[in-house]
Design a binder for this molecule. Structure first.
Ligand code: ADP
Ligand code: G6P
Length: 355
């Protein structure tokens, strides 16, 4: 017996612009699988890869075909497909999926150069995260599940200011300019990928505070495609109905501006989807159990697992709002999807012998 078909790697795609919470999401995901992910031991200290028992997360920036100087000379951004090697991305993701190790390039974010490659062994779950996991149709076809983190311009701006101005000393003007400069390529090559995603986490300014522009309180929508194999959407109260829910009161402490949930069916780029929405933020994370007890189809292994995961990583960004909650839920859904795929493969050879 070769370790081919039966031990095939499950491949997950996570798309988002940089600085939009992909690393935070990955930390929540690997935690659901019960282990922290670390860079490969003894390798290049600037490697972008994260490895744990179950998962290997590779950063698609490693498939840049043009380094920083090359991009500058040609006048293209990292978002432009011309700066990326999709043939190699496809070959290597395909190989890993088939159980074959690859020598993956490393894009060094410090120097802006391409470093010598590193050996990546086929994991149980391979996550490809970055700007273009759903851009190339061949790569897209290899994905067992795909997620798009859709951060609205207002919120992206607020987060960038917080990081680049407060922590890195950039000016407001330079932050505005860098966002503006990326925007045409973002709109052309990154944003359109959301139509292919099985789940989209959309992050918008709150509707609970009129004309809010602080970007602190968020309205977050989890858009879940219907009819995806091994994925059945989470719902609130009653599957398929439309519900607006304000949980604040005796069982949930809410200070201004409160919390509002919404659930219902919608269409998204021509696909039937279920949407779960949370506007506002939690005051007390332990009370999340009250909200969790009203959600169904969470794919938890025990009562309260969502709340436990959220409490465990209370220090991660977004733990008090829908970004953390929905990232955690998608993590559980991916664990469930993985287990179903493994089970279906174990059953497959039996089916074959029956015939
Ligand atoms: P990426 O890996 O996509 O570059 P990170 O997960 O490192 O993004 O997040 C980048 C920064 O964005 C964080 O340091 C934080 O300031 C901000 N951020 C990310 N996710 C959230 C969130 N859910 N809520 C608030 N800020 C966030
Ligand atoms: C994006 C890419 C990075 C790239 C960065 C800056 O965030 O994900 O790979 O390094 O843009 O690009 P630059 O061309 O300015 O180095």
């Amino acid at each position: 017996i070769t370790c081919s078909a039966e031990s095939k790697t499950v491949v997950i795609g996570l798309a988002a612009d940089s600085g939009c919470g992909k690393s935070t999401f990955m930390r929540r995901l690997t935690s659901v699988f019960g282990g922290a992910a670390e860079p490969p031991k003894g390798g290049n200290p600037d490697s972008n890869t994260l490895i744990s028992d179950m998962t290997t997360v590779i950063c698609l920036d490693d498939y840049h075909s043009l380094d920083r100087t090359g991009r500058k000379e040609k006048g293209v951004t990292a978002l432009d497909p011309k700066a990326n090697n999709f043939d190699l991305m496809y070959e290597q993701v395909k190989a890993l999926k088939e159980g074959i190790a690859v020598e993956k390039p490393i894009y060094n974010h410090v120097t802006g150069l391409l470093d010598p490659p590193e050996l990546i062994k086929p994991p149980k779950i391979l996550v490809i995260e970055g700007l273009h996991p759903m851009f190339d149709p061949r790569v897209r076809e290899l994905l067992d599940f795909s997620i798009y983190l859709d951060i609205s311009n207002e919120v992206k701006f607020a987060w960038k200011i917080q990081r680049d101005m407060a922590e890195r000393g950039h000016s407001l003007e330079s932050i505005k300019a860098s966002i503006e400069a990326r925007k045409p390529d973002f709109d052309a090559y990154i944003d359109p990928q959301k139509q292919y995603a099985d789940a989209v986490i959309e992050v918008l300014p709150t509707q609970l505070i009129p004309d809010d522009n602080e970007g602190k309180v968020l309205r977050v929508r989890l858009i879940m495609k219907e009819g995806v194999k091994f994925f059945s959407p989470v719902y609130l109260f009653d599957e398929g109905s439309t519900i607006s829910w304000i949980p604040c009161g005796r069982k949930l402490t809410c200070s201004y501006p409160g919390i509002k949930f919404f659930y219902g069916p919608e269409t998204y780029y021509g696909h039937e989807v279920s949407v779960l929405e949370m506007d506002g933020q939690f005051d007390r994370l332990d009370e999340l159990i009250y909200v969790e007890s009203h959600l169904s189809n969470l794919s938890t292994k025990f009562y309260g697992e969502v709340t436990q995961q959220m409490l465990k990583h209370a220090d991660f960004p977004g733990s008090n709002n829908g970004t953390g909650l929905f990232q955690t839920i998608i993590g559980l859904k991916i664990r469930d999807l993985f287990e179903q795929i493994v089970a279906s493969k174990a059953a497959a050879p039996l089916e074959a012998t029956k015939a």
